[in-house]
Design a protein around this ligand. Structure first.
Ligand SMILES: C[S@@+](CC[C@H](N)C(=O)[O-])C[C@H]1O[C@@H](n2cnc3c(N)ncnc32)[C@H](O)[C@@H]1O
Ligand code: SF4
Length: 407
């Protein structure tokens, strides 16, 4: 096996005192903490995907990777001493490539080191191409409470154009099994697909809703830099057609009793994704695994960390207690934009108390851009909440950029 050197310049997790030293921020309380675990392998790389996912060569090295995750967690523990975990999200890549026994081992190692809140949501992402009878139930027995099934479309031609490893029948079977094995589950869908018409998108939604999912995430297909699609762009619907599709999606989901509670997320009452809501409310998360991102608050600072992206390099460095490739304090001037990048994705927006508690800043820090956003009809506010208007949702980038720090 080729050996991968440990990077000598790696910013290893510093002594916790380093993060606790005095600073200009005063956070009155630490936010809820979530745990993200990244499993970076897939059967095949999809041509649109820029996630840190790698086509598996031979067998997935499940045990060495689990060992690295546990070493990584052990090294990070001092940064989150005494804090309970409110949600766990096992994402990828294709986590369902890992066996239920491996997921059981992973969750066991997490529970042995951290206190999970009694109602802790534990999501696992699953690909219909890795679906076998009884596998989903075994994930449930391992402690997973919520499955997120990557369906994308139910149209075989579109699934092929997206380079997916499964067909529509497999997607339906996986969603049906998820419904039987779990109290709550999500379907990941995409729209504005290569050559897709409004009618085809409607058929996708009719099929999705027939499976009675408590939650759907629907993303506009984006052509990301450094993907196969960026090099060989497919013909995709124009902006007007994509807007018309989004309107229909919102109508059809509302007709099925689902609320668009976030720009891309629709849920029945009681089925919002707690983990993602914590991200959008500018909560904290510790990310373990190759390329995983963390956001951690301390009384006088907020820190962002990124772990090594390459799985082999990550495993090697994590075993040596040096999984971090980047470790930076968020500049005070960047906090308003960082907060808004998340909070304005939520239909319910945020409360002034949340802004002050999560950023350590006073409301006066955003009064000017708030007034401008209100004047442009992009937000509405009362004493209790500040929320995006429909126009704000439609022009979210414009709205968020009002909060960028002055250069
Ligand atoms: C990290 S993927 C995980 C799910 C799993 N790997 C799968 O694809 O089945 C999360 C979701 O992001 C969405 N996604 C990924 N790349 C995208 C792109 N370029 N444009 C829009 N949505 C994308 C897909 O809906 C995907 O299910
Ligand atoms: S299966 Fe998911 S993570 Fe893997 S390449 Fe495809 S979209 Fe990306």
């Amino acid at each position: 096996m080729k050996t991968v050197p440990i990077q000598p310049s790696a910013p290893s997790i510093k002594d916790v005192q380093h993060y606790l030293r005095p600073g200009t921020l005063q956070l009155p309380a630490l936010p809820p903490l979530s745990l993200y675990v990244h499993l970076p392998w897939c059967l095949k790389k999809c041509p649109y995907c820029d996630f840190n996912s790698h086509e598996v060569e031979g067998e997935v090295p499940q045990q060495p990777y689990l060992d690295a995750l546990v070493a990584d967690l052990d090294a990070a523990l001092p940064l989150i001493w005494g804090r309970a975990i409110h949600s766990v999200f096992i994402g990828g890549g294709t986590p369902s490539l890992f066996s239920p026994q491996s997921i059981d081992q992973l969750l066991g190692a997490i529970r042995a080191r951290l206190t999970l809140e009694p109602a802790c949501e534990v999501t696992l992402e699953a690909n219909p191409g890795t679906f076998e009878k009884d596998r989903f139930r075994a994930f449930r027995s391992a402690g997973v409470t919520r499955l997120s099934v990557g369906v994308q479309s139910f149209n075989d031609a579109h699934l092929k154009a997206l380079g997916r490893v499964h067909d529509s029948a497999q997607a339906v079977a996986a969603a049906q099994e998820a419904a039987m094995a779990f109290d709550t589950f999500n379907l990941d869908m995409m729209y504005a697909l290569p050559g897709q018409t409004l009618e085809q998108m409607e058929q996708d939604m009719v099929q999705a809703l027939a499976l009675v999912p408590p939650h759907i995430s629907i993303y506009h297909l984006t052509i990301e830099p450094n993907t196969y699609f960026a090099k060989f762009p497919p013909r995709i619907p124009d902006d007007d057609s994509a807007y018309a599709m989004l309107d229909r999606i919102t109508e059809m989901t509302a007709g099925a009793g689902m609320e668009r509670y976030e720009v891309s997320a629709y849920a029945k009452p009681g089925h919002r994704c707690w983990h993602n809501v914590n991200y959008w409310q500018f909560g904290d998360y510790l990310g373990l695994g190759a390329g995983a991102h963390s956001k951690l608050s301390f009384p006088h600072r907020i820190v962002r960390q990124v772990r090594y992206r390459d799985p082999k390099l990550y495993m090697r460095n994590a075993m040596a207690g040096q999984a971090l490739a980047q470790d930076d304090e968020v500049a005070r001037a960047d906090l308003p934009f960082e907060f808004m990048l998340n909070a304005l994705r939520l239909k319910d927006g945020f409360t002034p108390a949340q802004f002050c508690e999560r950023t350590g800043l006073a409301m006066s820090a955003i009064e000017q851009p708030l007034q401008e956003a209100e004047r442009k009809g992009l937000i509405e506010r009362d004493l209790a909440r500040i929320r995006p208007t429909q126009r704000g949702f439609d022009f979210l980038n414009d709205l968020q950029s009002l909060f960028l720090a002055a250069p």
